[in-house]
Design a protein around this ligand. Structure first.
Ligand code: 9WN
Length: 440
């Protein structure tokens, strides 16, 4: 029997439970995506996490971004992983001894004191820095937050717009599926088919110790990921010769949103943001020229290494993310809203959160990672996009579905888009953080 003065269990609110996840995943200077599956700091995870953390502790949100930026390379790249030296090497693959940043990355200016990967992730950081500043401008000014991060963010964008303009049309290319952040998206099937996989015995996956094999990329995928990363490393992380190079709509849309944010940051620091806003507009024009596909009613990826530089005929949620841009041509925004609500993504009809890939696509799999499941970061981006373009009712419904599903799934990494069944890691960082953001 409970003793009489034991308080009855109090049902904890969604807010309190989201805060709890962020507390559990906080390491003292940054937040891990998941204690089990991803025990280091990840680049775009940290940006999304900072966006949520700002409601809880603007100071911690600033620190999250500052910790990441402290690992920036001299050439401007922000590495996709910053390794925690106290985590055992075999806890995550590929580990620091694979990337060898401080030796193989020396020519590109990798830091000496921290170990990092050598590839990048989507540039959500300037957007995050601006939103974090807005949550507590007094604290931000007192700490000189924007003045400190601005030069790093400017160098980051410079790296992407110059060293990564591999297609020559002004857009940034990714040179590895891990860079775009949707690792095993069917969009990469064709470009990856040209990559000779590294032999399975040459590496040991750590992800299968924590995640179900049928929810994760395959061994063949991993063989190809390892080959591409090995070649990049062995070339000293120099850009230009990558065998895999793709212009991706979400990656570039986030760069554009971040360039607009950087213009605002410049304004706050007493400079003029006009040139940056103008550059963001030019990038939007390039995005539409290069990646808009009127027949699909969405943006597609461009494979710039297939000999012809053709659009990849696969519908990924990445192609809906540009909805986030307020100055998108009206007809394109309207078409995107129609597409996300149409049969390929089913939002508001067969699904409550946008799936990561075409429900009608041949490669669709409701459980396998980025080949169908719904993710919370892309749902958040599309919720923002719907709201920005005046679709309040649809945005409200998506917000409600996001919160319900985050709650019922225990802040899962991703969910079955039809049933909301949790997949991947529980207690996932950006799921909890973006829950907090939508609760505010
Ligand atoms: C490789 C951390 C990251 C996310 C990516 C997601 C997954 C890593 C992996 O986890 O990728 O970077 O080991 O599968 O695809 O978007 O940033 O949460």
């Amino acid at each position: 029997h409970p003793i009489a003065y034991d308080p009855p269990p109090v049902p904890r609110s969604l807010h309190v439970r989201a805060v709890r996840v962020l507390e559990d995943n906080w390491t003292g200077a940054s937040t891990v995506p998941s204690r089990s599956l991803y025990p280091h700091q990840w680049s775009w995870d940290s940006a999304f996490i900072a966006i949520g953390l700002r409601h809880l502790s603007p100071l911690r949100a600033q620190t999250e971004l500052e910790t990441l930026l402290a690992a920036q390379w001299a050439d401007g790249r922000i590495p996709h992983i910053v390794f925690n030296p106290s985590v055992p090497l075999d806890a995550y693959f590929p580990s620091p001894d694979f990337w060898r940043s401080s030796t193989a990355g020396r020519a590109a200016g990798a830091p000496r004191t921290v170990q990092t990967s050598g590839i990048v992730q989507p540039p959500v950081h300037a957007l995050a820095a601006w939103l974090v500043h807005c949550a507590d401008p007094g604290l931000s000014r007192a700490r000189g937050f924007l003045a400190r991060v601005y030069p790093s963010l400017a160098a980051w964008h410079r790296y992407l717009l110059h060293r990564r303009d591999l297609g020559g049309a002004g857009l940034a290319s990714v040179v590895h599926p891990w860079e775009q952040g949707m690792d095993n998206s069917p969009c990469w099937d064709a470009p990856l088919s040209r990559v000779v996989p590294a032999p399975a015995r040459s590496f040991r996956r750590a992800d299968l110790d924590h995640g179900a094999a049928e929810d994760r990329p395959t061994d063949l995928d991993y063989g190809r990921y390892v080959r591409l990363a090995t070649d990049y490393r062995d070339g000293g992380y120099a850009d230009g010769t990558a065998q895999f190079a793709v212009e991706d709509p979400a990656f570039n849309a986030l760069l554009i949103a971040s360039e607009h944010a950087l213009a605002r940051i410049a304004g706050e620091l007493g400079a003029t943001g006009t040139a940056r806003h103008a550059r963001a507009q030019r990038l939007t024009t390039a995005l539409v020229d290069r990646l808009w596909d009127p027949a699909s009613g969405m943006f597609l990826c461009r494979d710039i290494r297939d000999g012809n530089g053709t659009l990849i005929p696969e519908r990924s949620v990445s192609g809906l993310v540009p909805l986030l841009l307020p100055d998108l041509p009206r007809d394109i925004a309207t078409a995107l809203v129609r597409t996300v609500r149409g049969p390929h993504f089913g939002l508001g009809a067969t699904t409550r959160l946008p799936p990561s890939y075409d429900l009608l696509g041949e490669a669709f799999d409701p459980h396998r990672y980025w080949r169908g499941p719904a993710w919370f970061n892309t749902s958040w981006l599309i919720e923002r996009g719907l709201r920005i373009h005046g679709e309040q009712e649809h945005a409200d419904a998506l917000r409600e579905a996001f919160l319900d599903t985050a709650d019922s799934s225990g802040f899962a990494e991703y969910v079955d888009p039809y049933t909301g069944e949790p997949c991947g890691a529980p207690g996932f960082g950006w799921t909890a953080a973006l829950t907090l953001d939508l609760l505010h």
